[in-house]
Write a protein that binds this ligand. Sequence first.
Ligand code: CP
Ligand code: NVA
Length: 301
Amino acid sequence: MKDLLKISDLNKEEILSILDLADKLKYEKQNGIEHKHLSGKTLGMIFKKASTRTRVSFETGMYQLGGYALFLQENVMQIGRGEPTKDTARVLSRYVDGIMIRTFEQEEVETLAKFSDVPVINGLTDFAHPCQVLADLMTIREYKNDFDNLTMCYIGDGNNMANSLIVGALKVGMNIHIACPKGYEPDSEVLDFAQSFGDKFMLTEDPLVAAQGVDVVYTDVWSSMGDEENAEERAKAFQGIYQVNEDLMSHTDDAIILHCLPAHREEEITNESFEKHAKEIFDEAENRLHAQKAVMVSLMK
Ligand code: CP
Ligand code: NVA
């Protein structure tokens, strides 16, 4: 494995080995055990969209591993003035030991990886958010011990998170139910992949059907970065139905709630449900740090 471009690039064993390493790094961090696996190495981080968690967790994670991270914001880079991605890839490969990119098109990440000699990590595209899903799976395992016989439901937009959660959950053996409005379904290739898992996968328009008896409830914003100009129209499709609230939670099997954050309270989740499950949600945010350190060590050591 050279890169992490989408969760489907990993098989079950690779996912589990990243999660095991993430658990170990978390334990070591909590117990003051240093782990400078990437001493002297550098990570270039290209950002074409906003970020709090991804930027801070990659940057501090790299520091904790003994390396250094460069924050390369699009508007101060030549890539932001039209320098081709394939040239940027070849130049950065001469300087850094790994590249993380957050952008719009998945194709750009694939091109960057194709022309780069160093590992490329997808820090979110419109299609996928593999680093988030690894942190989510890590969190699920912390709370539920194992993936066997677990079911997660995802309530809301069939976006980058839904695409990645479907693949990640099915790969580790979980069942996954998606509830989204008509016209906002996950990517068709992801749906084709999911259909091959038979009744381990469910797609419905009814959140209460999706939530029945589940162990994990997941939600994300109705309008992702880049969707803002249609936010009003999108809100109409989701309003009053596609929301994680206490009524929905009462249909689950004492589920935990996960949210990749940032959250829009009273839209995809009520303040009440968010705050009742804040411990899980912020453990999940913390696990971005540990899971990404495991990814960087696996790819860059
Ligand atoms: N969940 C996530 O990727 O957060 P940021 O957008 O803050 O990086
Ligand atoms: N679906 C959201 C996730 C943010 C971490 C977005 O793409 O904006």
